[in-house]
Ligand binder design. Structure first.
Ligand code: ATP
Length: 275
């Protein structure tokens, strides 16, 4: 993690969002720093996805302010958020399966003169980005449909990086991947963190967060409960923050003979969700 004494890259303050009569976020605050992987934790319905939707221009908040790099921002739609340097990856990939890898990666890039696509430039961009994300073995002219899921996820990340974002958000983006493929994505995210990106990561798999995150923020009932450094709280303390009451672990207490290398139980998922 890059320690930052400067202002955070992202600052969300006092965000409230209702869907009709349902309060999804209530006066919520959230900061994210450059060079940091920040996990968002919370039970189902805590407001995590709504926070991300506000941040990525999918929905607009009722009240509250957002600033990026110290500049106040408001997004009317996802394209505006994208243009400002915010890229979002969801569990459902956004790739068009019948197009090539290069077409998918270049899809958001502005066309050349006379509105024409410069295929050579598009292919070069795809090659550069695939190399950056460790997808060297993926051919830019391969059709996305031909690729296994883990490779598609790599292409999705390459596509997200095509606009050179400052902030990369992954919302349950690794849920469909095998453990081995998740490891590959984590290696890539660590590399992107070293490049200075701010990364926000949502997952219900506690062991993933323990392995990946530098910082954690817990949400409950649409509000931020606490932000803390990963590894500084026990599993139970985190679950209690998430559910707002005492939690008796369903896992046997650790013995000296079975130390856990991770601050969270290896196979634990958060209550209320299976992965
Ligand atoms: N489009 C919508 N219309 C009505 N209510 C919604 C809508 N989207 C979310 N909600 C409600 O807003 C609250 C916050 O939901 P949100 O999806 O942000 O939580 P979450 O923490 O991301 O949960 P999950 O882990 O299940 O995705 C919940 O009560 C949810 O039912």
């Amino acid at each position: 993690m890059v320690d930052s004494i400067a202002a955070p890259l992202l600052r969300m303050s006092g965000i409230t969002k209702h869907y009709g009569g349902v309060r999804a976020l209530e006066n919520a605050d959230f900061d994210a720093n450059r060079g940091t992987i920040h996990a968002l934790l919370g039970e189902n319905g805590a407001g995590k996805s709504t926070l991300i939707k506000v941040l990525s221009g999918v929905v607009q908040p009722d009240t509250g302010t957002i600033s990026l790099d110290g500049t106040p921002i408001e997004f009317a739609n996802p394209t505006e958020a994208n243009n400002a340097g915010i890229a979002c990856i969801f569990q459902e990939l956004s790739l068009l399966p019948d197009l090539s890898v290069a077409d998918n990666i270049g899809i958001g890039s502005p066309p050349g003169p006379f509105g024409l696509i410069n295929y050579r430039a598009q292919r070069r961009l795809a090659e550069e980005l695939l190399a950056r994300v460790g997808g060297d073995g993926i051919h830019p002219s391969a059709t996305v449909r031909e690729l296994p899921l883990s490779r598609r996820q790599i292409v999705e990340i390459a596509k997200a990086l095509a606009r050179n974002p400052k902030l990369l958000i992954l919302d349950e983006a690794t849920s469909a991947l095998t453990a081995a493929d998740v490891e590959k994505v984590f290696t890539l995210l660590h590399k992107l963190r070293e490049d200075g990106l701010a990364i926000i990561y949502i997952s219900h798999r506690m062991h993933e967060i323990a392995e990946l995150a530098d910082m954690c923020t817990v949400f409950r009932n649409g509000r931020k409960v606490e932000t803390f450094r990963a590894g500084t709280k026990s599993d139970n303390a985190i679950v209690e923050m998430m559910i707002g009451r005492e939690y008796k672990s369903v896992f046997p207490p650790k013995t000296e003979k079975s130390p856990s290398l991770l601050p969270f139980s290896r196979f634990a998922t958060f209550p209320g969700k299976t992965s």
